[in-house]
Design a protein around this ligand. Structure first.
Ligand SMILES: *[C@@H]1O[C@H](CO)[C@@H](O)[C@H](O)[C@H]1NC(C)=O
Ligand SMILES: *[C@@H]1O[C@H](CO)[C@@H](O)[C@H](O)[C@H]1NC(C)=O
Ligand SMILES: *[C@@H]1O[C@H](CO)[C@@H](O)[C@H](O)[C@H]1NC(C)=O
Ligand SMILES: *[C@@H]1O[C@H](CO)[C@@H](O)[C@H](O)[C@H]1NC(C)=O
Ligand SMILES: *[C@@H]1O[C@H](CO)[C@@H](O)[C@H](O)[C@H]1NC(C)=O
Ligand SMILES: *[C@@H]1O[C@H](CO)[C@@H](O)[C@H](O)[C@H]1NC(C)=O
Ligand SMILES: *[C@@H]1O[C@H](CO)[C@@H](O)[C@H](O)[C@H]1NC(C)=O
Length: 634
């Protein structure tokens, strides 16, 4: 057994070597070919086979893109379809072509089976939490009656809006005992739904700080193109109008809908009558009170003989003994039920947090990405930018929509695209620790410059020597730094479209900047180490100054890269009854946190420079217990 496996490995190794050999020969032939038919770098769309992109020519295939546009794009790609990242980097400026594969289940809770466009949640916890509308008992039922807006993904949307940071978002008031029947619907994709647009950032946040700009842009252009003005007048809420217009615009191109994030990912499906989805099940939701055999809650009103003041508050001292006993009993029921609702809400939060690592059921086809990046001025800071800014002219908006129409006509196939998130994750996972370690060493003020230099160069030398040719031999792999960059950013599939070149160019620029910084620190500090070892004659090195410069370069880079991993962390490993909580924008079991308001919700604070709420860099473990008890629940 052992030997057989070994000989198999040897054989496989042999094949591998053979393949490498023959394909490197192929490269050379291709090289000659490609130099003959050298792609004009200015041409719009030049398809480039991935095998042509090598360590010694890859820069020829990149296109002009400044560092700020590069990081904006790099970080957008990395945050795509990730819950936590989409809330930390809330303002997206891109339309990602998305595919929901055949067989995927999606959920909707509501009073009826939708016939027009409607919301579907990717997680049933999300729909369930929105859809289950339970009556409140006892004294609580009075507070509940002043309900807030009831709307939401995965459930029926109701007009209305909230502007303040409310920590107790309530269900719509129906009065106790009057909950109408709600259905929990499950849908299944009967084929690959390959014409979705995923809007990145916290795109379901219902805000006015830029998170909705991708929807607004499309909606505005659709309104003008299709002469839809007047459709918003029957009291529709903004995002419902957006959805209606976007679906209307998308009809001729077969648009399936849009995908957004709230707490969990949600889909606006444009056509529920289409055969692309089928209804799998429709269950009537069972209220826990009903299931436990409780009678409906008492209706506390003046007409029913309850002592209420003019504001509808209960006058406790005027209660009869009988009324008091009834209320006390109902209060105790309510308390038990609240635990159930707490768990229900916590499940929804967890369903969101589960996708911090990605909503991997949805696939992205980066080949057809349409983005505001490198079309207009886009602040690389995703907390402080707008797609609809002064630079985004109407012509610019029309062009974006035109490009969307073109890619939608083609349809998406993620299997044909490099999964750039895989490539970029690798970059961040490897470089973030190096940068943080270097920064930690360089800022030590309890140590001599020599010791700092020795420790820092241990890291930078480790990095750079791997790419170095022996002294006096010309490095056949070209410049060390460029060779290093190539190791990290090779595309996995052919580059076919302008978007391919855009993403690829962004990755080269970002990694180049990181590699440069590591080499710069190495070159700054190595003379100090040489001198320490007695190898540098007449060492007139300003060691302290070199350390300061190195520190500045690394710390600036950490700031400029804006990688979430460099700035945000969970405070600890969370327990089983906890989640690592990233606050979200828009409706949530934790309340509605509105970025433009000064009222910070749990885990957020006001940033005066950006004039909005942002997320604290220490992410907290949130426990189930914090959702139990007397707060209001969805
Ligand atoms: C929303 O809140 C802002 C700031 O708190 C306030 O200026 C504005 O008037 C509010 N808008 C509405 C519609 O209540
Ligand atoms: C746009 O729609 C309005 C109202 O439906 C109509 O009166 C107007 O003639 C239309 N304009 C065009 C250019 O179609
Ligand atoms: C929805 O799809 C059905 C079946 O393909 C089609 O007949 C109908 O016109 C579509 N409705 C809309 C609003 O696009
Ligand atoms: C990004 O690219 C656009 C278009 O080339 C340019 O106008 C802008 O200045 C660049 N930088 C930023 C930060 O947007
Ligand atoms: C350098 O590394 C040594 C060994 O790990 C450690 O004891 C020392 O504190 C470090 N000094 C600095 C400045 O990082
Ligand atoms: C050592 O260098 C290699 C690349 O040359 C890099 O992948 C690795 O992460 C480095 N290790 C440390 C601890 O910096
Ligand atoms: C960025 O925009 C500039 C100006 O329009 C263009 O020349 C360049 O090719 C674009 N870069 C990429 C990577 O698409």
């Amino acid at each position: 057994m052992q030997t057989r496996r070994l000989s198999f490995l040897v054989a496989a190794g042999g094949i591998l070597v053979l393949l490498v050999f023959s394909s490197s020969r192929l490269f050379q032939t291709n090289d000659i070919l490609s130099s003959l038919t050298s792609p004009a770098k200015t041409s719009e769309e030049t398809s480039t086979a991935v095998s042509l992109i090598r360590w010694d020519n890859y820069l020829d295939y990149t296109r002009k893109l400044d560092f700020e546009n590069s990081t904006a794009l790099f970080n957008s790609v990395r945050a795509a379809l990730r819950q936590s990242s989409s809330d930390i980097h809330p303002v997206g400026v891109s339309y990602f072509p998305a595919v929901i594969p055949q067989g995927t289940l999606m959920y909707h809770a509501g009073s009826k089976v939708p016939t027009t466009f409607e919301w579907l949640a990717m997680d049933h916890e999300f729909s369930y939490s929105f859809g289950l509308r339970s009556p409140s008992y006892g004294r609580k039922s009075l507070q509940k009656r002043r309900g807030g807006p009831g709307r939401g993904p995965g459930g029926d949307k109701k007009p209305g809006g909230s502007n303040t940071s409310v920590n107790t978002p309530d269900k719509p008031s129906r009065g106790p005992g009057l909950t109408s029947s709600q259905k929990m619907l499950t849908y299944r994709a009967t084929r690959d739904l390959n014409k979705f647009l995923y809007l990145d950032g916290a795109s379901a946040a219902k805000t006015e700080t830029g998170e909705m700009d991708t929807q607004e842009l499309l909606s505005n252009v659709a309104e003008k193109k299709l002469n839809l003005s007047g459709d918003g007048e029957n009291g529709g809420m903004q995002e419902r109008i957006f959805a209606a217009r976007i679906c209307e615009w998308g009809k001729p191109f077969g648009l399936d809908g849009i995908i957004r994030v709230e707490v969990g990912f949600e889909v606006v499906l444009c056509n529920f009558s289409s055969s692309a989805v089928e209804l799998v099940s429709a269950l009537e939701l069972v209220n826990p009170s009903e299931h436990l055999g409780l009678p409906p809650p008492s209706v506390i009103s003046k007409e029913n003989g309850w002592p209420l003041d003019d504001d509808g508050n209960l006058i406790e001292e005027d209660l009869t003994d009988e009324q008091k006993a009834l209320l006390d009993k109902e209060d105790s029921w309510q308390q038990v039920l609240e635990n159930f609702y707490g768990v229900k809400s916590f499940n929804w939060l967890r369903a969101g947090a589960v996708h911090d690592k990605g909503e991997r059921r949805i696939q992205l086809d980066y080949r057809h990405l349409v983005t505001g990046i490198n079309r207009t001025v886009i602040n690389p800071d995703p907390n402080n930018r707008r797609l609809l800014n002064d630079g985004t002219s109407w012509e610019n908006q029309l062009k974006i929509v035109e490009d969307l129409e073109q890619v939608l006509s083609i349809g998406f196939d993620a299997s044909q695209s490099t999964d750039w998130q895989i490539v970029f994750d690798e970059v961040v996972d490897k470089f973030a620790p190096i940068l943080r370690m270097l920064s930690g060493i360089l800022q030590r003020d309890d140590s001599s410059s020599e010791n700092i230099a020795i420790n820092a160069t241990a890291i930078t030398l480790n990095f750079s020597l791997r790419f170095k040719a022996k002294d006096d031999v010309k490095n056949q792999y070209g410049n060390d730094r460029e060779f290093a960059v190539y190791q990290y950013v090779r595309p996995l599939k052919d580059l076919r479209t302008n978007s391919d070149f855009l993403v690829w160019s962004a990755s080269v620029n970002v990694v180049r900047k990181v590699v440069d910084a590591i080499y710069d620190v190495n070159e700054l500090l190595l003379p100090i180490v040489r001198s320490h070892m007695g190898k540098e004659s007449g060492a007139s090195i300003e060691a302290a100054q070199a350390v300061t410069r190195a520190q500045q370069e690394i710390d600036d880079l950490i700031e400029d890269l804006g990688w979430i991993e460099l700035h945000y962390r969970c405070e600890k490993v969370c327990k089983w009854d906890e989640i690592c909580y990233t606050p979200s924008w828009g409706p949530s079991p934790m309340g509605m946190t509105v970025p433009g308001s000064p009222n910070a919700g749990t885990g957020t604070h006001y940033d005066a420079d950006r004039q909005r709420l942002v997320i604290d860099s220490a992410l907290r473990c949130l426990s189930l217990n914090e959702l139990l008890g007397n707060r209001g629940h969805f």
